[in-house]
Design a protein around this ligand. Sequence first.
Ligand SMILES: CC(=O)Nc1ccn([C@@H]2O[C@H](CO)[C@@H](O)[C@H]2O)c(=O)n1
Length: 108
Amino acid sequence: MSVIAPTQITFFEFLTPLVASGQKTITIRDFSESHYQPGTQVEVYTLESHTKVCDIVILAVEPLAFDDINEFHANQESLPLDELKQLIQQVYPDQQRLFMISFALVET
Ligand SMILES: CC(=O)Nc1ccn([C@@H]2O[C@H](CO)[C@@H](O)[C@H]2O)c(=O)n1
């Protein structure tokens, strides 16, 4: 089964300054949001007001179990590890099977 690669991604508004400044270089999503394709350019929008923030290029999409989330991921997320795990549990309750999407900021 093939799925069309999405050309947009949304982030919580409070996280978008970290994306736009290049400090946050991964996001952890569930299967439904895992269909991004390496090499494609994607527009970043805020979830709350759908405001365009910046563009990113997808570098990789890899499976990541919730229990394997560690300091490396927190560092790439630019968030403290306990905050990151809490946030993911709120967004994706009881989901063990997650995906790490790595990306790079497109300078405009
Ligand atoms: C529909 C929608 O926008 N959903 C999400 C889902 C997750 N995230 C962030 O990705 C990282 C890993 O989950 C954490 O930093 C989260 O806060 C986000 O910003 N927005």
